[in-house]
Design a protein around this ligand. Structure first.
Ligand SMILES: Cc1ncc(COP(=O)(O)O)c(C=O)c1O
Length: 387
């Protein structure tokens, strides 16, 4: 099925009541039944039937059906945040004594969650490169977890190769696909078992939503929906599901604009004397560009820019010099954002992760590309002066 159709219309073939173009928001914490027997029947199937909002809700269900279709998954489950989806998914796959393999750089709180699992006897190992997987796997390894492009470094993982390795070794592979959105990359078609998104980024797109989703086979999603979803309680609210549905309606056109503007800004920076490197997999200069083109249908607009400096105050002055880019965490919204790990990450963590002092993350929003380039050019003049 066509992605544009899925985003705009899937699950909405019949007009809503009164001819409304948008679905109703089912603001119901519970649903009632004709008989006690009907309720007893519904509870047996609580991940599919509407019983109580912490388990299921029709508005959330519609968002889930669209996201599952976009990821070519049998089922999807939406959560109250990306971390809700990540923690529930990993928890569902491991028991005390198990081991998780992590490939490449991943979102910081995901690593923190894996560290948290140590108190339940679940251990993990970080491997920088696929070449290290064979020596890191153990008899008790259950899960291979990764992002592609990887967090902050924007290196691209050869998804078919690593998932073939994972399934050959009996592991469940889990991939965070937030960077690409379900439009630009479909990991399940390349062998990934479970794909996760923070919906707080491009899918929401308006910086007014925190949400997450996991998608995959019905066999893997059902236990998550019945157990971790219900017990951890990170349920998505119907209001947030309505925002997901709204975000999806315009996702294809927004992503086309993000891609175009992101690449224009990255190309400008790639030629600038105050810039050591630009880490954007859509640039021909990126070491994984060919691989990225093979497995991705497009490029989002979050990337790393390495300033030609090792001084924190130069990085801070660069951020302060920007007038259109706003300083803040998160990414994928309509507004351009900038953040610098050297100014916000604990020093020992920055060094362990191999993040240079001069690394800055840009999230290119929907402002005109020439306005963004002008803003960056002025702030970079300051970097050249201070060098
Ligand atoms: C790559 C990635 N995955 C997951 C998350 C977590 O998502 P949320 O903030 O919705 O919990 C983030 C948040 O920044 C992220 O950048």
């Amino acid at each position: 099925m066509n992605d544009d159709w899925i985003c705009g219309r899937l699950g909405e073939d019949e007009p809503w009541a009164l001819g409304a173009v948008n679905p109703p928001v089912f603001e119901n914490s519970l649903f009632t039944f004709e008989t006690a027997g009907d309720l007893a029947e519904a509870i047996k199937d609580e991940d599919e039937r509407y019983v109580y909002w912490r388990g299921t809700n029709p508005t959330v269900d519609l968002a889930q059906r669209k996201l599952a279709a976009l990821e070519r998954a049998e089922r999807a489950k939406c959560f109250g945040s990306g971390m809700g989806a990540i923690s529930a998914t990993v928890s569902s796959l491991v028991s005390g004594g198990d081991h998780v393999l992590v490939l490449g750089a991943i979102y910081g709180p995901t690593t923190q969650f894996l560290r948290y699992l140590e108190k339940f006897g679940v251990t993990h190992t970080h491997v920088g490169d696929p070449a290290g997987l064979d020596s890191a796997i153990r008899a008790n390894t259950r899960v291979l977890y990764f992002e592609s492009p990887s967090y902050m470094s924007y290196r691209v993982v050869d998804i078919p190769a690593v998932t073939a390795w994972a399934s050959g070794n009996g592991l469940v592979s889990v991939m965070d696909n937030t960077w690409s959105t379900p439009l630009f990359q479909k990991p399940l078609t390349m062998g990934v078992d479970l794909v996760i998104h923070s919906l707080s980024k491009y899918v929401g797109g308006h910086s007014d939503l925190v949400g997450g989703v996991v998608a995959g086979s019905a066999e893997l999603i059902r236990p998550i929906a019945l157990t971790e979803y219900q017990l951890y309680g990170a349920a998505m609210s119907p209001h947030d599901a309505a925002k997901v549905i709204k975000g999806l309606r315009t996702l294809p056109v927004r992503m086309a604009a993000h891609q175009e503007r992101g690449l224009a800004v990255a190309a400008f920076l790639d030629r600038h004397e105050a810039v050591r490197a630009v880490h954007h997999p859509g640039l021909a200069s990126h070491p994984d560009h060919e691989l990225a083109r093979r497995q991705m249908a497009g490029f989002s607009s979050v990337f790393g820019l390495e300033l030609d400096t090792d001084e924190r105050q130069v990085v801070a002055a660069f951020l302060d010099g920007l007038k259109v880019f706003r300083i803040g965490v998160s990414w994928g919204g309509f507004e351009s954002l900038v953040a610098a790990p050297a100014l916000t990450t604990e020093e020992s963590v920055r060094v362990t992760m191999g993040i240079p002092v001069g690394l800055v993350r840009l999230s290119v929003g929907l402002e005109p590309a020439d306005t963004l380039v002008e803003d960056l050019a002025l702030a970079l003049e300051g970097v050249v002066r201070l060098a």
